[in-house]
Design a protein around this ligand. Sequence first.
Ligand code: NAP
Length: 252
Amino acid sequence: MGTGTKVAIVTGAARGIGAATAQRLAREGRAVAVLDLDESNCEPTVKAITAEGGQALAIGADVSDAGAVRAAVERIATELGPPVILVNNAGVTRDNLLFKMTEQDWDTVMNVHLRGSFLMSRAAQAYMTKARWGRIVNLSSTSAQGNRGQANYSTAKAGLQGFTKTLAIELGKFGITVNAIAPGFVATEMTKATAERVGVPWEEYQAKAAAQIPVGRVGQPEDIASVVSFLVSEESGYVSGQVIYVAGGPRD
Ligand code: NAP
């Protein structure tokens, strides 16, 4: 794709890693579709972007709903332009030990992470293949390597790694790269909710996590946004099908 503003979609961009990523991409000159479950929750991210002179559009959609995804991506193409960057970031946790995990806990996590990334990627690739340029980044997790209480989430995050590699193989010839980022502990509402659930004060929970991390601190949403920024850039065009662990230390 030649010059001109590239349109990016960031899912789950109302807060956390998604919000930081949307702001970062907008700062770099992308027009950003800030997509989350509830359109009104997207407004703070959109306002933060427009306050800095960037371009953004709030979009309410459930990524696991095929009709909603189709309508959302069509609206983005009409109002912002054809999307050629997609960051599949929307996520939920429904943690429990296996014997206590309900079918609904299982299905919800599979639907948001796996079905959601599938539906969003399928809708967006139509514009990317046409443009002969595209970037897809999927949010995996260190939990893909196994994590107590997260049979559903770790399965979904491992699944996203296979999805990433397969899309990289299928879409490479169209100038589209597909990569995954697997964050370790990042301070967001998601990890805060886990701290609350296990009854450990937030500061103490972060300090305990930091003690186990080689760089000696927990991650911030901007630590992930900066890696997304690289993976959607022009210069990363020879990097595809990779899983990049962003965890303050080594992972296999
Ligand atoms: P977060 O603060 O909980 O934000 C996730 C966002 O996704 C929320 O705004 C949420 O909306 C939205 N969302 C949930 N279900 C959705 C759906 N069906 N359709 C559209 N949007 C939906 O999470 P985060 O910590 O920033 O995590 C972002 C991504 O990174 C997730 O995929 C997560 O699994 C992954 N990750 C996070 C960490 C970490 O330590 N934080 C580590 C590894 C990987 P609602 O508020 O309306 O539910």
